[in-house]
Design a protein around this ligand. Sequence first.
Ligand SMILES: Cc1ncc(COP(=O)(O)O)c(C=O)c1O
Length: 445
Amino acid sequence: MTTPSLDALWMPFTANRAFKRAPRLLVSAHGMHYRDADGRSVLDATSGLWCVNAGHTRAPIVEAIQRTAATLDYAPGFSMGHPAAFELAERLAGIAPGPLDRVFFTNSGSEAVDTALKIVLAYHAARGDSARRRFVGRVRGYHGVGFGGISVGGIENNRRPFASHLLPFTDAQLPATHGLAENLFSRGQPVHGAHLADALEAIVAEHGGETIAAVIVEPMAGSAGVLVPPVGYLERLRALCDRHGILLVFDEVITGFGRLGAAFGAQRFGVTPDLLTIAKGVTNGAVPMGAVLMPRALHETVLDAATGGIEFFHGYTYSGHPLACAAALATLDVYRDEQLFERAAMLAPLWETAVHALRGAPHVTDIRNLGLVAGIELAARPGAAGARGAAVMAECFANGLLVRVTGDIVALSPPLIVTEEQIHEIVTGVRHALQRVADAEVAAR
Ligand SMILES: Cc1ncc(COP(=O)(O)O)c(C=O)c1O
């Protein structure tokens, strides 16, 4: 196949110059595998980018998109509607935790987060409590790349270049739930660290609980390198938010749709947030879509406070796009019919044993897992943070395995259809890559 010129495209979150020197181009996908431009099969250990939970190019999803593209290519969502958007909202409400049965559609996780922050402010304003305008995020939190998302996010490289333009009232952050030496090589939720939620009390003491609108966290941080919440941590955060009248937002863009062995992390952990953001797995990654879920009471408070006409001045041209709705409805059918959330829960113990067998492999300093996710942390090369992780990723790909790295952390999150054999293939591939990278470093000395 002829390769197009790579010059014109500015690639997202990519070392562009390095990529264009050694491009990795994917040209097709099916089930658990990609095929690259050289015709090689690549086992997908990352569900694309944490989104293809049902595996690639699943026929029911493809057909639903094709049918809809030929029937209703687009319908405006402002003061107009189409049936599938309403049907999808109802279906999502049906699998959402507890009372979260109202849905606002967006096109990405970043938009879902920005929308959730606006809904929080609208809700407090509707109750006459506009003094609540502070958002509390968490160190190493990832909430996308909108100005709202980076303001409440805690990944320094994403914030620093825009530091002077972050949203006001977003400077208080909870500490990351990670880094306690006692939790190294934890299996499932680490035992230590529930007390880290108490940092919210210090923020309340400094700023006043009555000024805090919401706390936003990922129930399990994915993008920052798989940071699993300690036992009791989310429960304590929930209790503290309740004590001070603060809304709790779970960003479930990664943890939604079976990744942790339940529909949402909220159900996996038994902690219900006030708002919940989704994206990625809602359409199996096939069409961009995101959403915010919230309880009826919150939604009605905002509607009731409106003086007439439009109640909430917010929305996107493509909110509830027909192709996204069709993809999502078909995706939810696949998840249900193949019991993929249950399958993730069933495979989780085997997955845990398999990934922890990498303990002792070259440079591995920590391994952690939950559901069908694992983070394998490597010691950084002196003076070259991220270089070893990048080398391992490149080595895996060269040998037909797609993994994701964040700095020097290898993150694994295969589609929920992964087989036991493929789990072993993934772990073996990572082990070999770690060894080859280590050998190459020794040879280069
Ligand atoms: C927790 C979380 N929130 C938000 C986002 C942003 O989603 P998107 O890239 O669709 O804007 C991501 C993406 O990885 C995410 O993991």
